[in-house]
Design a protein around this ligand. Sequence first.
Ligand SMILES: [Zn+2]
Length: 149
Amino acid sequence: MKVTKELKKKMRELKKKGMNYAEIAKALSLHPSTVEYHLSRRRKKKLIEKVLEYAKRPEYQERHKEYLKQYIKRRLKEDEGFKKKFYRAIERYHEKIRERNSSIKVPDGKMLKCAYCGHTWVPKDGVVSTNCPSCKRLLVKLPEMVDRI
Ligand SMILES: [Zn+2]
């Protein structure tokens, strides 16, 4: 017997009225496992939706970042192989940023303003620097080009 949308709706209504799976099955002439399957599936789906909704919240993102930080710290202490891989990945990332930034020319009369600390400077080689000379951060966020003073 095909479980139609109508039938599923009826299952949910009876569940809301306080009936258990066996009672619902009897009322709708279904096998109890069929009822259980459809009702618990819907519950699972709702639960997943709720978790996804929750994961979008900024406070979760913050906590997740903190968790990752702790995880990396622990692995760095415990696992020599992880340590090597981790530092290699950081070097590669650093290199990628260096390549990208050094391909961006800073026009005459302009200087750079760090997106992290607000420090302004004129880059010696005329291209966007890899790190901020003041706060030393890797310039993943590109510095703003402002008029030279
Ligand atoms: Zn800075």
